[in-house]
Ligand binder design. Structure first.
Ligand code: UD1
Length: 428
């Protein structure tokens, strides 16, 4: 397993191009199962998660061709025929979102057998809302030995689906299933994340009729068939937010390009309140911080447009060296403070009680060996390490590789001292 070694203290200066959003790309890839024509996705991130899903889709009959196209990195997915309807445990467990093939498989073939998911170790993360939504659409669902067996021999039927609380995955899954259902589906308390809008717009480009994405009520009028399309993946707001925190932590002057600043509005507002200087254009964000300490700032994670839970750990890293105490409330996942003991190894002063962490800013952090526990936790360790004295080694960076493309090159290009140590000791 690779590690990343960082020597803290370098100020960052330069530009960081933001990649396409992982969380959108993997749902868009699943959408390719809904048509027998090719779906060309551009602005595709090349990540462990897109790779895992590609492997699963291949087994289901999708040809997955990655290349550098005229618009940059692209993936063309083509499913002339579904040749398998089984998504096995060894592939689904590696990435929770691969569970989202269930809906498209039922929609197109009337049946599927998909393993219950694994994914990040951040709480129980059940899929009950996904299954209830598919049942509402007329699928017969049974669970045996860790697998979901689903059947809808006469196709899915439009339905009213009232979610009890906001779920990104269940909203997306319902859209993926309902686009080919017979009749109208209405989703209430739908998630409003930019990735939902991206999926809806891509499905519409494929001939679907999805209205209201980006609001809490989405209406989907089922169509008989979808066709191929070209679609550019929305920029990764979580990557952008994490690099914004990294730039502020290290200090310096960094411009993030190919971003949609409005997608990280909540984070940028909190960063400004903390004392960062932020300038935005329509597609870039410039983050500047001098040598002065930041001010402690409280945050609460919320569904979009609130502060993303995925940016809680990067912001916490930033607060470890701020002046004063910041209170960080996590309301989305119950176990998303796993980075706290690791940040403490670097000298951070954090106390957790239930869903609340109190971060007492310290004047210095010191490099240490730390362990990445999940995708979003691991990037907070990298961010903290950028300002820690001496060397930090972050182990188990395969978590990082799931969601951050060329992280060490992107930071390195701005002057950070970051290198990857390949499993076996070879430094890159
Ligand atoms: C997605 C994102 C993840 C992000 C999260 C919240 C992907 C691949 N992942 O995860 O990075 O942190 O949205 O913005 O897009 N829940 C249930 N039952 C369900 C489904 C969810 O109880 O059937 C709960 C979850 O445990 C969690 C909450 O609902 O407490 C929100 O989860 P959800 O929005 O579904 O997150 P994901 O789609 O898994």
């Amino acid at each position: 397993m690779d590690s990343i070694a960082i020597i803290g203290g370098a100020r960052l200066e330069g530009e960081i191009p933001i990649s396409g959003a992982k969380n959108s790309a993997i749902k868009l890839m699943a959408a390719s199962l809904l048509t027998d024509e090719p779906l060309r996705l551009t602005n595709m991130p090349r990540l462990a998660d897109t790779h895992f899903l590609g492997k699963l889709l291949l087994r289901l009959g999708v040809s997955v061709i990655e290349s550098d196209g005229p618009d940059g990195p692209q993936t063309v997915l083509h499913t002339p025929e579904i040749i398998g309807s089984i998504a096995p445990y060894n592939l689904v467990r590696q990435m929770r979102a691969s569970f989202n093939v269930l809906g498209p498989l039922i929609a197109r073939t009337g049946q599927a057998k998909v393993s219950l998911p694994g994914g990040c170790a951040i709480g129980a993360r059940p899929v009950d809302l996904h299954l209830k939504a598919l049942e509402a659409l007329g699928a017969r669902i049974e669970l045996h030995e860790g697998y979901v067996y689903a059947q809808a021999p006469r196709g899915l039927k439009g339905a009213q689906i009232d979610f009890p609380f906001v779920s990104v995955g269940a909203t997306e899954h319902s859209m993926l299933a309902a686009v080919l259902a017979d009749g109208v589906t209405v989703l209430t308390k739908a998630a409003r994340e930019p990735e939902i809008v991206d999926l809806a717009q891509c499905l519409n480009a494929m001939g679907a009729k999805v209205e209201g994405a980006g609001t809490d009520t989405i209406t989907i009028t089922g169509v008989m068939r979808l066709h191929g399309a070209d679609w550019a993946v929305v920029p990764d707001r979580i990557e952008a937010g994490a690099f914004a925190c990294a730039a502020a932590m290290a200090g310096g002057d960094v411009r993030l390009t190919a971003v949609r600043p409005e997608h990280i509005r909540a984070l940028l507002d909190h960063m400004r309140a903390a004392g960062c200087q932020i300038d935005e254009t329509a597609d870039s964000v410039r983050v500047r911080r001098g040598t002065e300490r930041l001010r402690a700032t409280d945050i609460t994670t919320e569904p979009y447009p609130g502060l993303a839970t995925d940016l809680q750990s990067p912001f916490m890293a930033l607060m470890t060296m701020a002046q004063g105490e910041s209170v960080i409330r996590e309301t989305i996942f119950e176990n998303r403070f796993m980075h706290v003991p690791e940040l403490a190894r670097l000298g951070a002063d954090i106390t957790v009680s239930g869903g609340e962490a109190r971060v007492n800013g310290v004047e210095r952090l010191d490099g240490a060996e730390v362990m990445a526990t999940d995708l979003r936790a691991s990037v907070s360790l990298v961010i903290a390490a950028l300002a820690a004295r001496g060397e930090t080694k972050v182990h188990r960076v395969y978590h990082l590789d799931r969601g951050f493309e060329r992280l060490e090159q992107k930071l390195g290009a701005c002057g950070a001292d970051v290198r990857r140590i390949k499993h076996g000791g070879e430094e890159l």
